[in-house]
Every structure is written in structure tokens, then in C-alpha cells.
Write a protein that binds this ligand. Structure first.
Ligand SMILES: [Zn+2]
Length: 247
């Protein structure tokens, strides 16, 4: 059988994985709810192992690539910190390679997405560009001089820049872009304003389509904040392309 790799995206809400063939084509996909990680990340590592084994279906993959949010030391394969997962200094690459018996690469979710957009998607050919996915959190991938800039794992954290509001953020700060404009924030704010529980930002988007005033107000706040964040990035990085994506 041709060598296959499994790609895994550990998000704040779901662990998404896909089987990739030797031509780079995406085959079977799998998805599971992200468990609460705890400091040592064991429940998440268990979930990643389970999803890889399900997709590989008895044939060990040639390699596994795992991307995670937060601060990531890609060279050492360590998940340093993630507000939405709660882990600290988890040796993800070593732990997963040991369990799965194959090479494992660990990357940052947004920078990996930016790299993919630069290689094969919306940022192709751009010397300087920004990829901004809006998910449970918000971070940007910066392409500078044709390469994704990691800044020792700390670059692109635009989600924790103050865009001028008073809401508290999971990072301990106030006014963060992420606290008003992430998918999680949109759902949370709608519920806080109306007292009506929603399944997620998709539900709020549907209410916006129907013109529900509270949903429109929450959505407008999110868009204003995103625009402020992107204006800031544009002033600093001077990208020729900005790609906004989902999380
Ligand atoms: Zn913050």
C-alpha cells in the first residue's frame, strides 16, 4: 500500500483529522470533540491517538502531522501553552511518536494553515501576506519575504491585541480582539446579551440573516474589531493579500 500520512488539527472545540495519500489528496476524515486537556494534555493526546488509529484502520501511517493552537515550539515539538486548552509544556511530538510508532511533526495550527495557503491556496505567490482564521480563538499567520514568520512561536498573536473594548479575555487582559470577534466570543456575547443559549456562532449568523437586532449588533461589533485588527496588521506588515478563513 502507498504510504499515507494522517493530518490532525487540534482545535479548541474539535479534533479534526484526515488521511492523506501519497499524491497529497485528502481521503477519509474523522472528527471528535476536544476533551478538556488539563496541564499535561493527556486527554487530548488520547483523543489524537484514537483518531489516528481509526483513520489508519490497522495499517500504521508513514507519518503523522499534528497542529495545535497557542504557543508552539515547532523545532522541539512542544506545545508550550494554549489558553483554550489549558496545557503547559507538553512534549507532544515525543509522546505521540512513542504511542503511534511513526514519525510525528508538530506545528502551530494557524501558521500551518498560512503555509498551506501560501503553497497552494489564496496566498500563493505573495511575498508578504496575512492569513487570519477566525475560530475558537484568533491568531494570524504572517508571510514575510515569502516565508511564514514564527518569531520563536510567539508571532501573529493578533487575537490578544487591544482593539478598544472593555470585555475580559481568557488571557487575563481586556479589550482583546479574540474576546469580541472569535467564533466562540460571538456565540458567548449573543447569549450574554439576550439570555438565549445558541449552539455556536453559526446560529448567530443565521439570526443575522433573519435581521434579529441583538444578533446583528453582536456581529457588527465582531466585524468592527476584526477590521481594526486587520488595519493594524496591514499597517505593520504591508501585505499584498489578506486571507480570512474559518477555524
Ligand atoms: Zn487576550
Amino acid at each position: 500500500m502507498a504510504p499515507r500520512v494522517v493530518a490532525v488539527d487540534v482545535g479548541g472545540t474539535a479534533v479534526k483529522a484526515g488521511l492523506i495519500d501519497d499524491g497529497g489528496r485528502l481521503g477519509a476524515v474523522d472528527r471528535t470533540v476536544t476533551p478538556a486537556a488539563g496541564l499535561d494534555g493527556r486527554p487530548v493526546i488520547d483523543a489524537v491517538e484514537a483518531v489516528v488509529r481509526r483513520l489508519a484502520d490497522g495499517a500504521p501511517p508513514a507519518a503523522v502531522g499534528v497542529v495545535v493552537p497557542g504557543i508552539v515550539d515547532e523545532a522541539a515539538g512542544i506545545a508550550v501553552h494554549a489558553e483554550n486548552l489549558g496545557w503547559h509544556d507538553v512534549a507532544l511530538r515525543a509522546l505521540l511518536a512513542d504511542r503511534l510508532g511513526c514519525p510525528v511533526a508538530v506545528g502551530h495550527d494557524v501558521r500551518a494553515g498560512g503555509l498551506a495557503e501560501h503553497r497552494a491556496g489564496a496566498l500563493r505567490g505573495a511575498e508578504n501576506a496575512v492569513f487570519l482564521p477566525v475560530g475558537t480563538g484568533i491568531a494570524a499567520a504572517l508571510v514575510l519575504g515569502g516565508r511564514v514568520f514564527a518569531g520563536d512561536g510567539y508571532a501573529g498573536e493578533i487575537g490578544h491585541v487591544d482593539v478598544g473594548h472593555s470585555l475580559a479575555c481568557a488571557c487575563g487582559g481586556r479589550g482583546c480582539l479574540e474576546a469580541i470577534a472569535s467564533a466562540a466570543a460571538v456565540a458567548r456575547r449573543y447569549t450574554a446579551v439576550t439570555g438565549v443559549a445558541v449552539g455556536g456562532s453559526r446560529d448567530v449568523a443565521e439570526l443575522v440573516r433573519r435581521g434579529e437586532p441583538a444578533a446583528v449588533a453582536v456581529w457588527d461589533d465582531a466585524l468592527d474589531a476584526l477590521a481594526a485588527g486587520l488595519a493594524l496588521l496591514t499597517g505593520v506588515v504591508a501585505p499584498s493579500v489578506v486571507a480570512v478563513g474559518g477555524g
